[in-house]
Write a protein that binds this ligand. Structure first.
Ligand SMILES: *Cc1c(COP(=O)(O)O)cnc(C)c1O
Length: 239
């Protein structure tokens, strides 16, 4: 403990996590939600193993990585933690990741789902997945279009080794609370509609939305998992 207190990096990460947790609490309180129903996922792309481990030692239980190669290079040195893949996945990388993470949040095509399923079957595991939806319909973003989401989710629930747990989105960047909430609200409505329609998908319990700049707005609109990177680890250095 004393060693931790003397490490300035550990103190900054500790303070950042405490601040994020407090804001999650406050956002939940604003809309009468229990903060236990919101999971904080620490996004660790570009962050060193040493700094990720400081966060885990500080109570972070779930992390999200974007790239397969980067994650695999770090995984062995990490303290025990539940790992999610949150970045766009290429079909040819699916075999390397299906048995090494607890969840893939970025499933955006049936081809990727098929590849993950094949790999999961081969390794005798069941893999939790989220369907990624491009709620703003932006050219630059991955995910299925909102009006294709219901059909996509129905198709995903057919794979024997995949378990569809819900949906993930990255909305367009908005500058006001009102605009941010509008996209999250749309996504929330879509999530509820699809969950209600697909009785077979009764295990759909995760709505992953909200990042450092908008996780509070996402929580106000029903997010159950926020993916926070820079608000915990500081600005990313991509070199
Ligand atoms: C990088 C990333 C995040 C975290 O972004 P911050 O703004 O640093 O919190 C969340 N989700 C996805 C899919 C990401 O790629």
């Amino acid at each position: 403990m004393t060693e931790k207190l003397c490490n300035p990096d550990a103190m900054v990460i500790h303070d950042n996590i405490a601040r994020v947790r407090e804001r999650i609490e406050n956002a939940c309180a604003r809309v009468g939600r229990d903060s236990k129903d919101v999971t904080l996922l620490a996004v660790t792309k570009t962050v060193s193993v040493e700094r990720i481990n400081l966060a885990i030692a500080d109570g972070i239980r779930e992390i999200g990585e974007n790239r397969v190669q980067e994650f695999l290079s770090k995984q062995e040195a990490l303290l025990p933690v539940t790992a999610h893949l949150i970045g766009h996945l290429q079909t040819n990388k699916a075999a390397q990741i299906a048995h090494r993470v607890a969840m893939v949040q970025s499933v955006d095509s049936l081809r990727v789902a098929q590849a993950l399923n094949t790999a999961a079957v081969k390794h005798g595991v069941t893999l939790d997945i989220l369907a990624q939806v491009n709620i703003g319909g932006e050219e630059s973003k991955s995910g299925v279009e909102p009006d294709e989401a219901a059909e996509f989710c129905a198709a995903l629930s057919e794979f024997s080794a995949l378990k569809l747990r819900g949906m993930m989105t990255i909305p367009p960047i908005s500058d006001t609370e009102y605009k941010k909430r509008e996209y999250f609200s749309r996504m929330s409505q879509l999530f509820i509609d699809i969950r209600t329609k697909n009785v077979d998908n009764s295990s759909m319990d995760i709505l992953s939305m909200g990042m450092s700049d908008d996780y509070e707005e996402a929580i106000l609109e029903g997010s159950t998992m926020v993916r926070v990177g820079s608000a915990i680890f500081g600005r990313r250095n991509y070199q």
